[in-house]
Design a protein around this ligand. Structure first.
Ligand SMILES: Nc1ncnc2c1ncn2[C@@H]1O[C@H](COP(=O)(O)OP(=O)(O)OP(=O)(O)O)[C@@H](O)[C@H]1O
Length: 368
């Protein structure tokens, strides 16, 4: 196996009595982007500080290209950074901000010009290189900070929520543009965000950091379809996953679950869950809503329809008084009208997720 560009090996960090990072390990290849995602206070920023060298771990090791960097200061590590608050020098022009890491390494003026020019062209800020930060839009500031982080072609690139302070349009554009850009630099990228859509769009892998631990590290579809636990299922999905306490039962040689006043047959893999309390998860896009009854559908009350980007969310109430969220394509939403009405909903049992109510661990689908 080739040596990973970046290796985090059993990192631990505590502040007084609080364990902030607990046994964190991860390998990131050159050219790979791993998105570290998780709730506020989970330890994302502390992790970046350890890698950048502005803070030291209590235990564990950080290696770049196989060599420990723990004894190197921040400027000696082959690490570039860009943060959500841009952190540009206010008195320097965009050109000088981008050039600063090159100057620190004593590059010749001609080479500096050439490198800053080409990264600025790539990020489409060539026309504002003479401006100071206060004369730049948020989007231009963000690109300038990114250019500064990338200009040296660092082995490891740390991006701390770089799109948080830019407007929705630019965020959308950058989500499309960044993967190509990051891939073209060959750095190992750690990208921190709390936005699950950004994580799904940008990460070749996603590492979910909660309570100082990586609870799941996997490719985006695996995080969505086979979340390690109920909290990850909640975190990834908009609208949030529907969850119901249930108890599957053995019946007629198979397994069924009672849901919304109906009995639904479960797939064979659910057999082991008969008689056990579970939290049953249904993704909103796995609920089919119709104006007329169809086989397997239950009657529900439609309370409201809310547009959400290209999909609309339907707020439904089932006969047994539970709230059920469904989504339909936005151009289908007008069929359901505006006001309250009775409609039909059908869920697909082979798309059910099930979790242990006590530990939150996923029970279904069973691990591959
Ligand atoms: N210098 C410090 N001294 C004491 N506690 C700290 C220090 N820095 C961070 N912490 C604590 O470490 C925990 C993790 O903080 P961190 O900033 O890494 O979270 P985060 O995941 O980046 O959150 P956010 O998404 O809100 O930025 C928090 O409980 C925080 O209070």
């Amino acid at each position: 196996m080739t040596t990973p560009r970046l290796a985090l090996d059993r990192l631990r960090k505590r502040y007084r009595d609080t364990v902030v990072l607990d046994d964190v390990s991860l390998e990131v290849a050159a050219g790979e982007t791993v998105v570290v995602c998780g709730p506020s206070g989970g330890g994302k920023t502390v992790l970046l500080r350890l890698i950048s060298g502005t803070s030291s771990p209590d235990a564990g090791d950080i290696r770049i290209d196989g060599a420990s960097v723990l004894n190197l200061g921040p400027e000696e590590r082959d690490v570039g950074m860009a943060f959500q608050n841009f952190a540009l020098y206010p008195h320097l022009t965009a050109f000088e901000n981008i050039a600063s890491p090159l100057r620190a390494h004593g590059l010749a003026e001609a080479e500096i010009k050439e490198r800053v020019g080409s990264i600025a062209a790539l990020l489409r800020i060539g026309h504002v290189l003479g401006h100071r930060p206060r004369e730049l839009s948020n989007g231009q500031k963000q690109r300038t900070a990114l250019a500064r982080a990338l200009v040296r072609g660092p082995g490891v690139l740390l991006l701390d929520d770089p799109l948080r302070n830019v407007d929705a349009k630019l965020r959308y554009e950058m989500r499309l543009e960044l993967p190509r850009l990051l891939g073209s630099f060959g750095s190992a990228v750690i990208y921190v965000t709390q936005d699950y859509k950004e994580a799904m769009a940008l990460g070749q892998r996603i590492a979910v950091l909660r309570g100082g631990r990586f609870e799941q590290v996997a490719v985006p579809p695996a995080i969505y379809d086979r979340p390690a636990n109920v909290e990850i299922a909640r975190l990834f999905g908009d609208p949030t996953i529907n969850l119901y306490p249930c108890r599957p039962q053995a019946m007629g040689g198979g397994t069924i679950v009672e849901l919304f006043g109906d009995r639904l047959p479960l797939e064979a893999a659910a057999g082991g869950l008969a008689g056990r309390d579970v939290l049953l998860g249904v993704r909103a896009e796995d609920v089919e809503v119709t104006l007329e009854p169809v086989p397997g559908a239950v009657p529900v009350e439609l309370d409201a329809v809310t547009p959400l980007n290209v999909r609309a969310v339907l707020y439904l109430r089932t006969r047994d008084g539970k709230e059920l969220l469904a989504t339909v394509a936005e151009d289908e939403a007008p069929r359901f009208g505006r006001g309250h009405r009775s409609v039909w909903a059908r869920v697909t049992p082979d798309r059910f997720l099930m979790f242990d109510p006590a530990s939150g661990a996923r029970l279904l689908p069973v691990a591959a």
